[in-house]
Ligand binder design. Structure first.
Ligand code: UDP
Ligand code: MG
Length: 315
């Protein structure tokens, strides 16, 4: 059974050797049938040099260097496309996902599951803000989306070749990989784990990236925000009807209609609603535009592996 481990790395110079240490221990039962694919996502520190060092320690490490920073989900895609295994595990470089779970995941897959994903029951390592926003995000996403995306699940999972090929057949640029696996279907099961603190360095998901990630997820897996415009239209029509009754009532009883305050309030309220719906449409249209350009997802500037022209070793 050939096994691939895929790890996207962005400025992870201090974590990589520790990761290789723990991963190669976890890989002992599959020693001669595995590869660890480290994807350098345009790092600005010594990540690439560290990957080269890791190859000296561990010859089954494969290094892939992207031409520039493309983001976590695309770096992960690059690694998945390079993977040759019959089973593929993906995890973060910062050791927040314990590699030791591999043997449990393999056992579940032996029982016939196509995907074994990690569910974070506890996030010791993350700040209160991260935990709270992630909690809200997964619940809102699930309420919005037509696909049941497992809650509190990251990209830490073991998948088989059949499922991976299904996901790699999806050409979209806005990639929310955990959702794409959920959408693919097949037999899936979760395995609970506690998310450790980062090994070293800082999170590469500051608030801005988190918002972009959440917007990608929402727009990729739901068109409900678009329909929000219709609901808002009905709601504002309702409010307007009330106002009309009030105005008519004031006129009939010869009272002065309340002055500019109510007008200003109404105008700002309705323009807020209109701008919001325009903004939501903009999010979708922008993504349509990017998808329509159909550019390659990434470019590889260097690839280090012992058997360069190897064909997939899928069995
Ligand atoms: N990552 C990446 N490219 C990026 C941002 C992050 O390859 O542009 C990698 C990062 O090195 C790590 C994984 O994606 O292995 C998850 O990132 P991080 O740990 O910063 O996210 P968090 O755990 O804080 O959500
Ligand atoms: Mg992390």
């Amino acid at each position: 059974m050939y096994l691939s481990i895929v790890v996207p790395c962005r400025n992870e110079q201090d974590a990589i050797l520790a990761l290789i240490d723990r991963l190669s221990a976890a890989l002992t039962p599959w020693r001669d049938q595995s590869e660890i694919i480290l994807v350098d996502d345009g790092s600005t520190d010594d990540t690439w040099e560290t990957i080269q060092d890791a190859r000296l320690l561990c010859p089954f490490v494969v290094g892939i260097r992207l031409s520039t920073n493309r983001g976590h989900q695309i770096a992960l895609t690059a690694g998945l496309e390079a993977a040759r295994g019959a089973r593929i595990m993906m995890l973060d470089a910062d050791l927040q996902d314990p590699p030791e779970l591999l043997s449990d995941m393999m056992r579940l897959m032996d029982q016939g599951y196509d995907v074994v994903y990690g569910r974070r029951i506890e996030r010791r390592g993350d700040s209160l803000f991260k935990r709270a926003t992630a909690h809200v995000f997964y619940r809102v996403l699930n309420a919005m989306s037509d696909v049941a995306i497992p809650q509190d699940t990251g990209d830490f999972r073991l998948v088989n070749r059949k499922t991976l090929d299904a996901v790699l057949a999806m050409p979209e640029r806005a990639r929310f990989i955990r959702g794409m696996f959920a959408w693919a279907g097949f037999r899936q099961i979760g395995i609970e784990y506690s998310r450790a603190p980062r090994h070293s360095g800082e999170t590469k998901y500051p608030l801005r990236s988190m918002i972009r990630f959440a917007a990608d997820a929402m727009t990729s897996f739901s068109t409900k925000p678009l329909r929000l415009a219709t609901r808002l239209a009905f709601a504002t029509l309702g409010v307007s009807a009330f106002m009309a009754v009030y105005v008519a009532w004031s006129l009939i009883f010869h009272q002065a209609v309340a002055g500019w305050a109510s007008v200003v309030l109404a105008i700002s309220f309705f323009s807020g609603v209109q701008l919001l719906t325009l903004g939501i449409m903009g999010e979708y249209i922008g993504r349509l535009y990017i998808e329509a350009k159909n550019r390659p997802l990434y470019f590889v500037s260097e690839e280090l592996r012992d058997t360069p022209a190897a064909r997939p070793l899928r069995k």
